[in-house]
Design a binder for this molecule. Structure first.
Ligand code: MN
Length: 228
């Protein structure tokens, strides 16, 4: 037990289905443009873009179902994504070994201050102000892989106030979850507690205070988040 010189920061956690224990979050990795139709809607050619990654902060995760509309923006977008929690990690993990490191899967939102992200893109600047802000990662519970099995396909959907916004299938990912883990592990040393947000399908759009976002992923259930 360390004796800290200041108040100890709170560790971010995710609830786990069927358990009183929680999943401690170390890092949050996100993949960009992982569904071809979404890459196209953002003005890119999915066939020639290799995968790229960015990060959110662990403490950007919220699990109370209420997303407070952020400051410094007039255009906040929803991005529904399957999240993957790792129980272990390492360097240079092969695609064949990648699924071994998965603790479980869940539903998350990569909320994005799209106006700030676009400014950053235009000016060749980093994405943090658009992606890694307070409460930018509303998430649900992780479901252990022993219960779900390996997830490679299934519907992924998002409605806002009951109206369909995003509707695709996990099998439409350009880079599969094992490929993502393998490629990430070449750039970073992965470890237990890392969370990967696996990208969003087409249909991203704005939300406003008062909206109710409901995400559905086949095999993982539903996650409803209210925009405050
Ligand atoms: Mn995203």
């Amino acid at each position: 037990m360390n004796d800290y010189v200041i108040a100890e920061p709170t560790r971010s956690t995710l609830p786990v289905k069927g358990s009183k224990s929680v999943f401690p979050v170390r890092r949050v990795y996100c993949i960009g443009r992982n569904y071809a139709e979404h890459a196209r809607e953002m003005g890119h050619d999915p066939d020639r873009d290799p995968p790229f990654f960015f990060q959110k902060n662990a403490d950007n995760i919220i699990t109370n179902g209420r997303f407070k509309y952020p400051v410094m923006t007039e255009d906040v977008h929803h991005e529904v994504e399957m999240i993957v929690g790792l129980k272990s990690g390492g360097k240079s993990i092969s695609v064949a070994d990648a699924n071994y490191h998965i603790f479980g899967y869940g539903i998350g939102f990569d909320m994005t201050r799209r106006d700030l992200q676009q400014q950053a893109k235009n000016m060749g600047r980093p994405w943090e102000v658009g992606k890694a802000f307070e409460q930018s990662a509303p998430c649900g519970e992780l479901i252990p892989i022993e219960e779900t099995g390996i997830i490679e396909a299934g519907a992924i959907k998002l409605t806002v106030n009951g109206e369909s916004r995003q509707d695709s299938d996990l099998s439409a990912m350009i880079w599969s979850v094992p490929e993502m883990i393998s490629i990430l592990s070449e750039y970073f040393e992965l470890a237990s507690g890392d969370v990967i947000m696996s990208g969003t399908p087409a249909g991203v759009n704005s939300v406003k205070p008062g909206d109710t976002m409901t995400a559905f992923i086949e095999g993982l259930g539903e996650l409803t988040v209210f925009v405050d």
